[in-house]
Design a protein around this ligand. Structure first.
Ligand SMILES: NC(=O)c1ccc[n+]([C@@H]2O[C@H](COP(=O)([O-])OP(=O)(O)OC[C@H]3O[C@@H](n4cnc5c(N)ncnc54)[C@H](OP(=O)(O)O)[C@@H]3O)[C@@H](O)[C@H]2O)c1
Length: 343
């Protein structure tokens, strides 16, 4: 009998957080993170860069209510409080969603790293993150500017990020916008190694070798700006290219699939094994993008798409920051005036 009571008490303890959707007690953070039902990063999520104010909150709430289970946030997007409001308003069980945030360049000094994640957690209204990324491999002097802090290395910052996992503030840590060289620096020294790398990837910047390298070393790849030059901030960059959503090759392929170009492009991103995180603040786009999960490609189609790579990078602050960010990757910018490969 005593044994039965113990088993029943244990069952109640497990079921309690789910009772009528209302937690009967709050689990310690470590246990919540450990009990997450999202074991791997979901292959599809909602981006939040340039989602403003109430629009951001509504987009996040709407997406989660539709069944999205992955939100890509960052401190520098200056909307983590609205993103958090959207998460709260959706009233979903925390353990069933994946939330990523990112450490901004002004917080790379080791003693600033934990306060930075705590600020993001507070803004997002969460006890822990699923993934915390070093947003760029570049340290700025603390403050509002972009003056380089040459004393703080990515190794110093990574060591401090490893402590965030040990402190149960995030389940995983990762990197963003790293070159091959910078990635190898981290791989050489890491005790807790990068779970994921988020970088620019879309049909106009496919970086197949780099993606494959991550597969070989077991790092998940998150494709940002998966809709290429659709983000209006990229207007005028690589002006020789058509807007991706009007590209004749993709329009034709989308017709074959009976889908929109956006859906077809996102489906390709997932089919090649990358995680896609399209941003939208419009219900029709948020809804439509979700159905990209249902589109497949055959081998010939995948080959034909690979021939459409334009090696065209849209997001490259190398010149404005005075750092050669992508020196060993496609379409980099050399600070000595020599342009990298560009079409
Ligand atoms: N780690 C990094 O450094 C980094 C850098 C860039 C981006 N990111 C992350 O990646 C996310 C996605 O990248 P992104 O925001 O640059 O660009 P994106 O998701 O490729 O494109 C966003 C643009 O596409 C539009 N859109 C979305 N769905 C559409 C559809 N079905 N049909 C037509 N237009 C559609 C959106 O407009 P509406 O809002 O009007 O729908 C928005 O203007 C970001 O939000 C951010 O979370 C990370």
């Amino acid at each position: 009998m005593a044994l039965l009571q113990i088993i029943s008490a244990m069952a109640m303890a497990i079921a309690a957080p789910l009772f009528l959707g209302q937690p009967l007690f709050t689990l310690p953070v470590a246990a919540q993170a450990q009990w997450s039902r999202v074991h791997e990063i979901p292959g599809f999520g909602l981006g939040t860069w340039r989602s403003n104010g109430d629009q951001a909150a509504h987009a996040v709430e709407y997406a989660l209510s539709l069944g999205y289970d992955h939100i890509d946030a960052a401190h520098i997007y200056r909307n983590e409080d609205e993103t958090g409001k959207g998460i709260a308003d959706a009233n979903v069980d925390r353990r069933y969603i994946w939330v990523t945030s990112k450490l901004w360049n002004t917080d790379h000094q080791p003693d600033r790293v934990e306060p930075a994640i705590r600020q993001s957690l507070s803004d997002l209204g969460l006890d822990y993150l699923d993934l915390y990324l070093m947003h760029w491999p570049v340290a700025f002097v603390p403050g509002d500017g972009t003056e380089l802090d040459r004393e703080t290395s990515i190794v110093d910052t990574w060591r401090a990020m490893e402590d965030l996992v040990r402190a149960n503030l995030t389940r995983f840590i990762g990197i963003s916008n790293f070159s091959r060289r910078n990635l190898n620096v981290i791989l050489d020294i890491c005790d807790i190694c990068p779970y994921a790398h988020e970088f620019e990837l879309h049909p106009y910047l496919q970086q197949n070798d780099f993606v494959n390298f991550h597969k070989e070393v077991g790092i998940k790849v998150i494709a940002y700006s998966p809709l290429g030059n659709t983000n209006p901030i990229y207007n005028g960059r690589h002006g020789n290219l058509p807007p991706l959503l009007e590209d004749p090759f993709w329009k034709k392929l989308a017709d074959v699939k009976g889908a929109s170009v956006a859906q077809t492009v996102l489906a390709w991103g997932m089919r090649r094994g990358t995680v896609v995180i399209p941003k939208s603040v419009h219900e029709n786009h948020i809804y439509q993008n979700m159905f990209s999960l249902e589109i497949n490609f055959n081998v010939l189609e995948m080959y034909n798409i690979s021939q459409q790579d334009k090696r065209a990078r849209m997001n490259n602050p190398s010149e404005s920051w005075g750092v050669e960010l992508f020196a060993d990757l496609d379409d980099h910018t050399s600070l000595d005036g020599n342009k990298g490969q560009e079409l």
